[in-house]
Design a protein around this ligand. Sequence first.
Ligand code: DGL
Length: 286
Amino acid sequence: MAGASLSAAALRGAAEPTILVFDSGLGGLTVLDAVRRARPDARYVYVGDDAAFPYGRLTEAALVARVLTVMERLVATHRPDLVVIACNTASTVVLPALRQRFTTPFVGVVPPIKPAAAATRSRLVSLLATPGTVARSYTRDLIATYAEACTVTLVGAQNLASYAEAELAGFPVDDAVLAAEIAPCFVTEADGRRTDVVCLACTHYPLLLPRLEALAPWPVTWIDPAPAIARRVVQLIGSAPRAAEGYGAAHGAFTAGTCLTDPLRTALAAHGIGEVAVEAIPLPLQ
Ligand code: DGL
């Protein structure tokens, strides 16, 4: 941790820092957008570890080993000034090992339980996440610390991250399939109280937000942690030293790149990623 804060302090005010945004696939794009808005002058590298997707099904030990291996290569290749682990499934278990291994500052994404507890009126909150994130003791501890007064329904969605990937690749799933994945989030108590806040605790899910809103059986507040992550990045590295004109282009890389369809390339371009490379890091670990 001490190494991380020193590097961040040295970086404060630096012109055009290189920020690496990392996820198992495309979910980190929702975080990339928020961070780019906050630091439009920075250079961005977006990396999706699609060779190991989905992270939600890996054991904690396998996930730690995988992310350390991949990060070793990415830090050596891209020399980022700061890394955003734009993945709840990884952040809830890998951050201590990353901070111990590297001096580069790391910012993680963790389930937005605290803002959810502040926003709910009915005290019925649902946490929609990967099965990995739902199982973490980190997640349980967050709930015990910040949402003691609430009933939190944990919903480990088996396929929702894959459906978000499919949507961007041009193969959207049917409404009924999406509705079934989110159905357990909507709870009604005997006294008439209903769930009024759903935490999007996987960065893939905001990619589907307009569809989720349309399919919800009643309106709820959906909490996306991306703006809070962008604020944390600015806290660490400072705001842009001068007004930037537009956003700098981001470089994209995937560790398999097998799903790089034309619709996906168009979607990536809409997130500022014009140039995409494959930096192959296959599974099993090499
Ligand atoms: N985007 C990731 C998250 O925030 C995970 C998806 C996965 O690989 O299972 O949890």
